[in-house]
Design a protein around this ligand. Structure first.
Ligand SMILES: [Zn+2]
Length: 179
């Protein structure tokens, strides 16, 4: 049996091969590389498979390279920038107003106690306490809910966008490799 032995990597190629079939080599094979071999000793074997961890890191490297190669014009890099600055601003404003509502409720509570004990009457003081705590608590809860809702929405939207972007890159890479 005749094979063409690659001088660069030692791969055994078919006799009529012009280039080394080892995907990591690909050297051209001169006529002189044809070697007569004992059939019982040789079979045309594919190159040893890449170890899985090497393969995985190479794919990961290609994925990140695809990412860096992406021009801003394609919109991929542009969508990486954080969005919803205004919504985030409203969320922190709501959180701040919620704290303010609690502070005002605390002041009302204090005023109510003063009215109950020092002067102004027990019942009016008690009324002031009830109204401040109820109002402050209500506004605090409403503002917290709005702030949390906005944060959750922004987070979900961001995660979805990142996932979509990653899948997009993976598909692009896969298409490139299948060509
Ligand atoms: Zn070779």
């Amino acid at each position: 049996m005749k094979v063409r032995v690659c001088e660069a990597c030692g791969q055994h190629n078919p006799e009529d091969a012009w280039y080394c079939s080892n995907p990591n080599c690909g050297e051209s094979l001169p006529q002189s590389a044809i070697t007569e071999l004992d059939d019982s000793l040789v079979k045309l074997s594919p190159p040893p498979p890449e170890p899985p961890d090497v393969r995985a890191s190479r794919v990961a490297a290609e994925l990140s390279r695809t990412h860096h190669d992406t021009s801003p014009a394609s919109g991929l890099s542009a969508s990486e920038t954080p969005r919803y600055g205004a919504l985030r601003g409203i969320a922190s404003l709501c959180t701040g107003l919620g704290v303010l509502a609690l502070v005002l409720a605390g002041l009302g509570l204090l005023a109510g106690f003063v009215m109950m004990t020092v002067g102004g009457g027990f019942l009016p003081g008690f009324g002031v306490i009830i109204v401040s705590v109820a109002t402050g608590g209500f506004y605090y809860i409403v503002l917290r809910v709005v702030a949390e809702g906005i944060s959750v929405f922004v987070d979900i939207e961001e995660n979805t966008r990142h996932t979509a972007l990653y899948v997009q890159r993976a598909v692009a890479l896969l298409e490139k490799r299948l060509k």
